[in-house]
Design a binder for this molecule. Structure first.
Ligand code: ASP
Ligand code: MG
Length: 434
């Protein structure tokens, strides 16, 4: 009996908040899930909360407390997805399609005991498998799970994507479809860059860089999970997707296309806070004292730069890093405490943005940084910091120049033009011809 069941392919479809913003939209998403089920797949649906529900719940909390308890925040925020999941199940049932909604807990999603940004530890799919094998569409609340103690947790804003990919991995789904309000992944945010184009395939690594650089297409942890679990992720428009609008497929390097241009996309991240620690003793262990307390809170830090302070005989050093502006309030007292213990001083700068280019092709092509610096220089944009990785270059610039810098860089790499097709030489045919 089991054998018969496992021959059916499993697909996970995730619908974002804007895609389930009202009853009509929920019915349209239900129709997509129903079509996949009728085509023979086992279908698990993951939903976000309707529209701005999560923001509104956060406002409600702010109305009763200046510093709401994180556990209670999770109890509150998790309700948003319960509303959309149950409505989605009802919409499916009304179409004559068997369906059942499941909370994170009912779907077996276990997380670490961290409130408001928990990570998924495991998914016990027994219940899910049972429902799917019984021919039902399982509609799972995104963004949440439960601790071993039975407390509800949430995964951080935008976390439903991660729920979906985790579920796709646990269920052995062939693909995780992320339905959203954009047609896929663009060469830059089309609201900021008129010539931005849709990308048909992109690698996990490029997507990871893009997400950490402010491309708001997907939750970064969803891409990390897709990469480690080998789950192909397809980003599609919830109402426009179809055979001629297949969205963007995020896959491993080997399956992403050969790169004609060294750069695949450009990104702009605003709301950056820069923290500078000066006068730190230049000795082993300093970095740990500064960053360990930040890491313990689960806050991620970008772009760490350290330099010896040449004016002070090299015995002291300066440490500079950036964080999301929203994390600054939490980070500031931590670094101030570390600086006090180490005898240094802290400076915090706001009003900054980061313009970046990303491309797996840049590892093998020279001159990418030079092109970027020229583009920003010609546009009159001053660069305050530069960081690079193998597949990205980022420049911190004044926030007011962010959009201008992004456009300049996008044009400089020709991202507004259709990519040049790459000629693949078939070496085996070559060999046979000799
Ligand atoms: N509803 C949550 C949020 O708005 C989770 C999600 O949408 O993915 O952040
Ligand atoms: Mg949302």
């Amino acid at each position: 009996m089991r054998m018969n069941q496992t021959t059916r392919a499993t697909i996970v479809q995730k619908f974002g908040g804007s895609s389930v913003g009202n009853g009509d939209k929920i019915r349209a998403c239900a129709a997509r899930a129903a079509a996949a089920a009728r085509a023979g797949s086992r279908v698990a649906v993951v939903v976000s909360a309707m529209g701005d529900t999560t923001d509104e719940l956060i406002k409600l909390a702010a109305g009763v407390s200046d510093a709401p308890d994180r556990r209670e925040m999770d109890q509150l925020l998790a309700t948003g997805e319960q509303v959309s999941a149950s409505l989605m199940a009802m919409a499916l049932q009304a179409m004559g399609v068997p369906a059942i909604s499941l909370t994170g807990q009912q779907a077996g999603v276990r997380t670490e005991p961290v409130h408001t940004r928990a990570r998924i530890r495991s998914i016990d799919t027994a219940r899910l498998e049972r429902e799917l094998d019984a021919g039902k569409i399982a509609v799972v609340t995104g963004f949440q799970g439960v601790t071993d103690e039975g407390d509800v947790t949430t995964l951080g804003r935008g976390g439903s994507d991660t729920s979906a990919v985790a579920l796709a991995s646990a269920l052995g789904a062939g693909e995780c479809e992320i339905y959203t309000d954009v047609d896929g992944v663009y060469t830059a945010d089309p609201r900021a860059v008129a010539g931005a184009r849709l990308i048909d395939r992109i690698s996990y690594d490029e997507m990871l860089e893009a997400a950490s650089l402010g491309a708001r297409v997907m939750h970064i942890r969803a891409v990390e999970l897709g990469k480690s679990a080998g789950v192909p992720i397809r980003v599609l428009h919830a109402s426009r997707a179809g055979p001629d609008q297949p969205g963007t497929l995020i896959v491993g390097d080997a399956m992403a296309l050969e790169h004609a241009s060294p750069v695949t996309m450009a990104a702009l991240k605003t709301d950056i806070g820069r923290v500078t620690l000066v006068g730190l003793p230049d000795r082993a262990g300093v970095q740990r004292e500064v960053f360990a307390p930040i890491a313990q809170r689960g806050i991620s830090v970008d772009d760490i730069i350290q330099a010896p302070d040449e004016t002070r005989d090299g015995s002291v050093c300066t440490l500079v890093f950036t964080v999301d502006k929203t994390d600054l309030a939490e980070v500031r007292p931590l670094v101030e405490a570390a600086a006090r213990a180490l005898g240094g001083e802290v400076r915090v700068d706001l009003g900054l943005a980061k313009v970046s280019v990303v491309g797996a092709g840049m590892t093998s092509q020279a001159g990418v940084a030079a092109t970027m610096f020229r583009a920003l220089g010609d546009a009159g944009v001053k660069i305050a910091n530069i960081t690079t990785s193998e597949i990205k270059i980022s420049c911190i610039v004044p926030e007011a120049d962010g959009v201008k810098g992004l456009n300049a860089v996008h044009a400089a790499f020709g991202l507004d033009r259709a990519p040049t097709p790459v000629v693949v030489v078939n070496t085996s045919a070559h060999a046979a011809g000799r």
